[in-house]
Design a protein around this ligand. Structure first.
Ligand SMILES: [Zn+2]
Length: 689
């Protein structure tokens, strides 16, 4: 991947482009003329599809990555910003929803007021920690932090970031109709285990900078520098021990490893110093049939650590957790230093995101479905939904045909697979029932207090599901989100309105462009129901093995081909990718793209169109499909962000999402007449679905 490390606006044209983009964001539309004709598609298809676009679109200084979907992000956030600003006007005459979203945004944007308040809203929180007199008292503060501060966002799909441990509700693995309570590992502030445990020079350097950062943050929160420096060393020591105790992210991919059913007494036995009975009372958790302890060994080791280290050390750790998770909502010194380490040193950004974008993202996280209605009204007309539903049905039909034609699967397994496919529920655009935020109290003059309120609301909402029938209408992503997901326990695929936009989708684009863009995303999500993880759940969302022994073995062999192929050096990240971590996503990319192409061909045939007819630019429909697929993934990533991604994220980098997929597909080689021996024709091509 070519990396453009622009540290500031060097080219005037580039600066102007960014300035224009921020006042009136233009969506990136698929244009096959963006291909770089100086590159041979059979040698490096990503470069062919993306090279020219990347050269014209360097990463802006406030971004850690920049791709063809980045303008969509800006567009979606601009729509939300307008809704938030409009809701801020009108005073007492406003609707209750407008009061909440308008005042939330106003409090966040009031940088002057926040700076003037200094540590006003943090001090009572620090005082709570100072008052803890024995280790048994730690649990009260843990419960309080869980109820008031959101964990660190993004980058990591497999980690719980809450102080000490995580707690929430989960559908039971064995009976998906039940919602139970679950304890999980947590307690790390860096992006996952490897950041604590790897001993290469870069990792050692980052940890030294981490200690300096903690020192600075604790000093800014009122500690004396010498005390802060000692506390920082303690925090790294404790978090490193916690990281060692945590289950690694590959083991976490196997739900069997997480399915540990216990009573509260049994859970308590793992870590007697943490009074879980008191904890569930404090967070007002309803009592479930049973609890799941996702990572029992973590809690056993945590107990040993609690014994080994002094109360004063744990109080230092709690102060750090408090300051770290509060920092984005406090005064400028704390905001800047938090940016300096987490987004600059660790992720590579050269500048802060403009404040309005940070405030829009926080509002989307905390009051997302209130804001989402405004987004849908503005950006997602009814005929878009109709067109998207048709695409989803077409890709699902392609999987049915694929299952029918598989030569490695016995009829009994095929029947179960078909049953699971038939049972998938498609959720498109936005929820049928919007979340009710009426109990959240939002004030116009304290951002941190609003964060406490919104987090308490969300935590309560999550816990209120325990013991209740499963709510199948719930969404885990807000409408403007540029993403999609498969939910194995609900057996649903979910496409927020935010991704049903250019460059992925437009009702005005031709079929080849839409199937190459959103069609491949749809295929990807459907295949998640049948990847290394998803295949372990049945049509009803229960963890149940529906595979014959021979078919399971055949599946694993095919999966191994994928994980071997994607276990690769990633030079720009300076680390190696673990194909076992990315196997599910890679399987979904490979299978999903094949399904989307099959669905396109079926559609064209039934419309009486020629598959090899050329358009005015000389491309066949197959070629346009692949170019659109490549174009929708074009993304440049800073090396620091690439490192985070490879070490913690189950998704491969964009270049591999394009090149590894097409080089596994005979259809691609046919479309571009690639000869044997060229890089995009693999001798050992992999295929699962
Ligand atoms: Zn995925």
């Amino acid at each position: 991947m070519r990396l453009v490390r622009t540290t500031m606006c060097v080219l005037l044209a580039f600066c102007m482009q960014i300035a224009v983009a921020q006042s009136e964001p233009k969506l990136e539309h698929f244009d096959p003329n963006f291909v770089d004709r100086s590159v041979e598609p059979c040698n490096d298809f990503y470069q062919f599809a993306c090279g020219k676009w990347e050269a014209a679109n360097p990463i802006p200084p406030d971004q850690v990555a920049w791709g063809t979907d980045s303008r969509l992000q800006l567009y979606n956030e601009t729509v939300l910003r307008e809704a938030l600003e409009a809701a801020g006007e009108g005073g007492a005459k406003r609707s209750p929803v407008d009061q909440k979203i308008g005042d939330y945004y106003k409090a966040c944007m009031d940088e002057q007021g926040i700076n003037a308040a200094g540590l006003r809203d943090l001090k009572p929180e620090l005082a709570r920690i100072a008052k803890i007199e024995q280790k048994a008292g730690l649990i009260d503060e843990i419960a309080h932090l869980h109820m008031t501060l959101p964990g660190a966002p993004q980058f990591s799909d497999n980690q719980t970031d809450a102080a000490f441990f995580g707690f929430g509700s989960l559908q039971d693995f064995d009976d998906a109709s039940k919602v139970v309570a679950a304890f999980d590992q947590g307690g790390m502030s860096l992006f996952g285990r490897d950041y604590y445990l790897k001993d290469d020079a870069k990792s050692v350097e980052l940890r030294a900078k981490y200690v300096a950062h903690i020192t600075k943050m604790l000093t800014l929160s009122g500690e004396k520098p010498a005390q802060a420096a000692a506390d920082a060393r303690t925090v790294l020591e404790l978090e490193t021990a916690i990281a060692k105790a945590a289950m690694d992210n590959v083991s976490r991919r196997d739900p069997k490893n997480l399915n540990n059913r216990m009573t509260l007494e049994q859970a308590q036995g793992l870590a007697p110093t943490l009074n879980f009975k008191r904890y569930v009372e404090l967070v007002r958790s309803p009592a479930p049939d049973h609890y799941l302890v996702l990572t029992p060994q973590f809690f056993i080791t945590l107990e040993q650590l609690l014994q080994q280290h002094s109360l004063e050390q744990w109080k230092a750790y709690l102060r750090w957790q408090l300051v770290h998770y509060s920092a984005p909502y406090l005064n400028r010194d704390l905001v800047d230093e938090n940016f300096n380490f987490f987004r600059h040193t660790l992720a590579g950004a050269q500048e802060q995101l403009p404040r309005w974008r940070r405030c829009v993202r926080a509002a989307d996280r905390d009051l997302g479905e209130a804001l989402g209605q405004a987004y849908v009204n503005r950006a997602f007309p009814g005929d878009s939904k109709t067109a998207a539903v048709e695409l989803v049905r077409a890709v699902e039909a392609a999987l049915q045909q694929d299952i029918d034609s598989l030569d490695w699967m016995a009829p009994a397994t095929k029947k179960e697979a078909a049953r699971k496919l038939q049972a998938i529920e498609d959720k498109i655009g936005y929820p049928n029932k919007w979340r009710d935020y009426s109990s959240v109290r939002i004030v116009p003059n304290s951002y941190l207090v609003n964060i406490h309120e919104a987090t308490a609301f969300e935590f309560k909402r999550v816990l209120s599901k325990i013991g209740q029938p499963v709510d199948r209408s719930e969404w885990l992503m807000t409408p403007p989100t540029i993403n999609a997901y498969y939910d194995a326990q609900l057996n649903t695929i979910n496409f927020p309105a935010g991704i049903l936009q250019p460059p992925f989708f437009s009702k005005d684009m031709d079929d080849a462009a839409n199937f190459g863009g959103i069609g491949a995303v749809i295929g990807h999500e459907i295949i998640h129901g049948f990847d290394d993880q998803g295949r372990k759940f049945d049509a009803a969302g229960n963890l149940r093995d529906w595979w014959t022994t021979a078919d399971a073995k055949a599946y694993d062999e095919r999966g191994e081909c994928i994980s071997d192929q994607y276990t690769q050096e990633v030079p720009e990240a300076g680390v190696k990718q673990d194909g076992k971590l990315t196997q599910g996503e890679d399987t979904a990319d490979n299978g999903g793209t094949r399904l989307a192409l099959a669905a396109l061909e079926h559609k064209l045939r039934s419309d009486g169109k020629q598959l090899d007819a050329k358009d005015q630019d000389g491309w066949t429909a197959q070629q346009r499909f692949f170019i659109s697929y490549g174009f929708s993934w074009c993304t440049q990533v800073r090396p620091e962000a690439a490192r985070i991604r490879v070490l913690t994220n189950p998704h491969s980098l964009a270049r591999y999402r394009v090149n590894n997929v097409v080089s596994n597909m005979p259809e691609f080689q046919q479309a571009f007449s690639c000869k044997k021996g060229t890089p995009m024709v693999r001798a050992n091509a992999c295929r699962v679905w």
